[in-house]
Write a protein that binds this ligand. Structure first.
Ligand code: FAQ
Length: 334
């Protein structure tokens, strides 16, 4: 008898909790629909928090792994001017990682947890950074195409419903615009006043980076796991396919000005759609790279793990200093 009445109480409590949860979720969705920003101390559904931690931390990892392909060229930049620009760009990417880790931390996940997930291969980062930078032209093409794709994807994130992420993205996007322009300008110099070999080097880099760049936007909307819910929650504002199309339309014109050919025989203007049609993306390649088997996945991860291990003494020293300061403050307060 006793057990039965208790379970009845439990059932009532469960029903009340469910009703309360549903009404909280409805109020939360209403705030999002009204265009409100959600702030760290506000109530949010557990899955909203989880989705944001996943996306923001993947984004942060992409920024710091993204320092590596271009970082390889800092010592080999062709002039002092190009070296200074590249140094500044790579440092900016590190800064973007830091703003983004800080934004993700406001959701209750520590930086150590996020980095551990990266280092153990549990967390993803953008597929694009698993391709090698074989020539100097690759650095320009990364600025033009990779930063160009990143801007297309990230400008709508400045209106993301989660305040700390949206605010971080405003500064990130301003810096990415400079990155895109420096890349395009360096290619323009080579295409307009370079040697035939330099022009061929630019075309070769475009051939290798084009398809991976349009893969950056993620799977087609029909295959995207998270898009529907993320769009309902105002985390994503524009779908993967729509962003990819906007990027293709803008880039074809830029390629014409530059004088390079995009390596897609099916690329052509479609009057009826008012957009460029383009060829089929090799999704097998995309998922292989996302799954850890791209040309540089192992190298990239090993470099990040080594940087983390080599930096241990810095973290220890910083923590020891903080600890000493705290002890001093306690002594002074006593
Ligand atoms: N690479 O359901 P969806 C940059 C995964 S920063 C690897 O569509 P979602 C700056 C996805 O995580 C570039 N994985 O997922 C720079 C999910 O797997 P999960 C990074 C990918 O989240 C420039 C699964 O596929 N930008 O470039 C990729 O709704 C130059 C299903 O996909 C951002 O992170 C991919 N390309 O949409 C730095 C922007 N695409 O998590 C240095 C913020 C998809 O279930 C030099 N992120 N996946 O295991 C986003 O906008 C979204 O997260 C998407 C994916 C659009 C990337």
């Amino acid at each position: 008898m006793y057990t039965q009445s208790l379970s009845l109480d439990q059932e009532k409590k469960l029903a009340a909790d469910t009703a309360e949860e549903q009404s909280r979720e409805a109020a939360f969705q209403a705030r999002i629909d009204a265009g409100d920003y959600i702030e760290p101390k506000d109530w949010m559904p557990a899955h909203y928090r989880k989705t944001l931690v996943r996306q923001i931390s993947q984004h942060a990892h992409s920024e710091i792994v993204g320092m590596l392909p271009e970082g390889n060229w800092i010592t080999r930049a062709p002039s002092l001017k190009r070296k200074a620009i590249l140094l500044a760009k790579v440092q900016d990417e590190g800064g973007h990682g830091l703003y983004l880790y800080a934004a993700a931390e406001t959701l209750g996940t520590s930086r150590d947890q996020m980095l551990d997930a990266l280092h153990t291969g549990k967390a993803k980062y953008s597929s694009i950074f698993n391709y090698p930078t074989l020539t100097w032209a690759d650095v320009g093409v990364i600025g033009w195409l990779v930063d160009g794709a990143a801007i297309m994807n990230q400008v709508p994130l400045c209106r993301c419903s989660y305040g700390p992420y949206a605010r971080a993205m405003i500064r990130v996007c301003r810096e990415e615009s400079f990155h895109q322009r420096q890349g395009y300008e360096s290619l323009l110099v080579m295409m307009q006043s370079g040697t035939e070999a330099q022009k061929a080097m630019v075309q070769d880099a475009v051939n290798r980076w084009w398809w991976p760049s349009i893969m950056m936007f993620g799977p087609h909307d029909s295959d995207s796991l998270h898009s529907e819910q993320s769009m309902r929650w105002g985390i994503k504002r524009i779908s993967n396919d729509e962003l990819r199309q906007k990027f293709v339309d803008a880039t074809v014109e830029q390629a014409n000005v530059l004088g390079v050919t995009l390596p897609d025989p099916d690329m052509k203007w479609n009057e009826a759609r008012g957009h460029y049609d383009f060829g089929r993306i090799d999704w097998d390649e995309f998922w292989r790279v996302v799954g850890g088997d791209g040309p540089c996945n192992r190298e990239r991860l090993a470099t990040r793990v080594k940087a983390w291990d080599d930096g241990e003494w810095v973290r220890e020293a910083a923590l020891a200093h903080t600890h000493k300061q705290q002890q001093q403050q306690t002594k002074e307060a006593a």
